[in-house]
Design a protein around this ligand. Structure first.
Ligand SMILES: Cc1cc2nc3c(=O)[nH]c(=O)nc-3n(C[C@H](O)[C@H](O)[C@H](O)COP(=O)(O)OP(=O)(O)OC[C@H]3O[C@@H](n4cnc5c(N)ncnc54)[C@H](O)[C@@H]3O)c2cc1C
Ligand SMILES: NC(=O)c1ccc[n+]([C@@H]2O[C@H](COP(=O)([O-])OP(=O)(O)OC[C@H]3O[C@@H](n4cnc5c(N)ncnc54)[C@H](O)[C@@H]3O)[C@@H](O)[C@H]2O)c1
Length: 479
């Protein structure tokens, strides 16, 4: 049988992967007039749209309504216990994905002038990438292949039908009892969402929950989830798993004992690993180590300068906003010859539980480890924020980590923390001093006022101390 020979092409840029990083880079390059070929082996939009941020935030929003119904008697509104209609919740998730999908679609990118090839791509030599139907030689090549769930080597796990972020949103029925391995952002967001919707939820974490967040703030979120009925077992190790008659049995141990937990579903949320399989990186002269591709802070392969590595696969953090920033670094460096790097801007990270846990750059502990006693911490609690009091949601605080008048990090836990931290992110990204966070009129009553109050608290002694009082009394002599 005769097969067609692959089409040969020569272009400015090849992008492998149409997720957050690849799409942003391809769009930027095409809009600046470059010839771009984009390969995608699965769904356009990648993880964030199809099995990550979007479905998880849609699920959390449905769960928020269930929680609001339960809490409403606090506000004088009596409701009955909410009933979850799982297929309708799934419809809400599907609608959110479908509404955003056109922005990431093949049609939109073709409209921008990008050639989109819906096939698996791999290197054939350092400047050429091929798929089933095309062979493309390019001046620059972007690897933006993302990450997939890292599955731990727990005996029995490979024999059971566990869920991951790719399947958890689409179960036939609402899990009766969801066991979750891992209390990172995925584990904690899913734990609260399913618990609020009516599942029993047990989270098994071998270390501490939300270990990358400020410790005090992670504890506040953990306590809030426990109060809502989620069982969180920290410092527990999963020893073995089995499944019989639709029931999962998970043997776990901590320092003192071993026990067996049972559940109707098991979600594995134990971290993610970069996707490099099947790329034939050796043929592309792209060096790797055990962690993945060796990438500089400028997001280039250490061994092949024409190769750029963006998004989750770069191993510098796994966030859509970081993937977007990586695409900006590529456009700035490669196309405008400007000097951006992956680490040029401080990175925010938000876990969208209620309360939200938002982190910017260094935590207090990380800052102390790096700078010792030269840091100062300024806080303001939502217990003293009038809007939080009016809304009956006073859990949480804002912490600014300051060194020589400049921000080195911030942590906020509380309702809306992810939005509130934008203000601090803007100030820190633009090298502003902490004082700048005191020098604006913050609308009252808003939760964001906590930022100004935490910044102002840093100057209390200076503004109201003895020298200031002496100065004011002298100035009063001026008529
Ligand atoms: C449950 C969950 C919730 C999340 N929530 C948030 C959140 O709220 N906020 C946030 O900032 N981040 C969140 N994230 C992280 C976010 O989804 C990722 O950081 C982001 O999607 C990474 O984008 P990317 O472009 O690097 O990779 P991806 O989106 O994974 O895209 C990579 C693409 O490459 C394709 N591909 C791979 N290999 C090949 C090949 N050889 N040939 C062709 N195509 C290939 C894949 O099919 C995929 O479409 C969440 C993740 C999960 C799992
Ligand atoms: N809101 C957000 O921005 C958001 C939401 C979800 C995911 N994400 C991104 O996706 C990434 C992956 O999320 P994740 O939660 O899977 O990973 P993670 O690495 O953040 O957390 C995984 C957790 O699993 C634990 N763990 C690992 N092996 C275990 C085992 N055998 N038994 C018990 N616990 C075990 C780890 O100690 C860790 O606490 C995140 O780091 C984040 O960058 C972001």
């Amino acid at each position: 049988m005769k097969t067609d020979a692959p089409t040969q092409m020569k272009v400015d840029l090849v992008v492998i992967g149409a997720g957050s990083a690849g799409l942003s880079a391809a769009a930027g390059a095409a809009m600046l007039g470059l010839d771009v070929v984009l390969f995608e082996k699965g769904e356009m939009g990648g993880d964030c749209l199809n099995s990550g941020c979007v479905p998880s935030k849609a699920l959390l929003s449905a769960a928020k309504y269930a929680a609001a119904a339960r809490e409403s008697s606090t506000y004088g509104i009596t409701t009955v216990e909410p009933v979850t209609h799982w297929p309708s919740v799934q419809q809400h998730i599907r609608k959110a994905i479908d509404t955003i999908a056109p922005v990431d679609s093949q049609e939109r990118f073709e409209g921008l002038g990008v050639t989109v090839i819906r096939e698996h791509a791999h290197f054939t030599n350092p400047n050429t990438v091929a798929s089933k139907s095309v062979v493309v030689q390019a001046r620059r090549i972007i690897i933006a292949t993302g990450s997939v769930p890292a599955i731990p080597p727990i005996p029995g796990l490979d024999t059971v039908d566990y869920l991951t972020n790719e399947t958890v949103f689409w179960t036939k029925s609402l899990p009766e009892h969801l066991l979750i391995l891992g209390a990172g952002p995925i584990g904690m967001e899913m734990a609260q969402a399913f618990a609020r919707l009516g599942s029993a939820v047990t989270v098994i974490e071998m270390d501490k929950a939300l270990a990358r967040s400020d410790r005090d703030h992670a504890e506040i979120a953990v306590a809030a989830l426990r109060k809502e009925g989620v069982t969180i077992l920290e410092k527990h190790k999963a020893v073995s798993v089995s499944q019989a008659d639709g029931v999962f049995s998970l043997e776990v141990e901590d320092e003192s004992a071993r026990k067996t937990l049972t559940g109707s579903h098991l979600l594995v949320a134990t971290g993610r690993k970069p996707v490099t399989d099947g790329l034939a990186l050796q043929a592309g002269n792209v060096e790797t180590d055990r962690q993945g591709i060796l990438v500089t802070d400028k997001l280039r392969s250490v061994s092949n300068k024409r190769v750029w590595v963006l998004g989750d696969v770069a191993g510098k953090g796994q966030f859509t906003h970081l993937a977007g920033w990586h695409a900006s670094v590529f456009v700035r460096r490669a196309l405008f010859k400007q000097g951006s790097k992956s680490s040029s801007l401080p990175l925010p990270a938000v876990t969208y539980t209620s309360p939200e846990v938002a982190q910017l750059a260094l935590t207090e502990a990380e800052a102390r480890a790096e700078y010792g006693d030269s840091i100062e911490v300024s806080r303001f609690s939502f217990h003293e924020n009038d809007r939080a009091i009016a809304e009956g949601k006073t859990e949480g605080e804002c912490k600014l980590i300051i060194r020589k008048g400049k921000l080195v990090g911030a942590s906020i836990v509380g309702e809306g923390a992810g939005d509130i931290i934008q203000l601090v992110t803007y100030a820190m990204s633009n090298g502003m001093k902490v004082q700048s966070l005191t020098n604006f009129i913050s609308p009252y009553p808003t939760r964001t006022e906590v930022v100004k109050r935490a910044a102002s608290a840093h100057f209390t002694d200076t503004v109201f101390g003895k020298p200031a009082r002496t100065l004011v009394s002298l100035l009063q002599r001026i008529p």
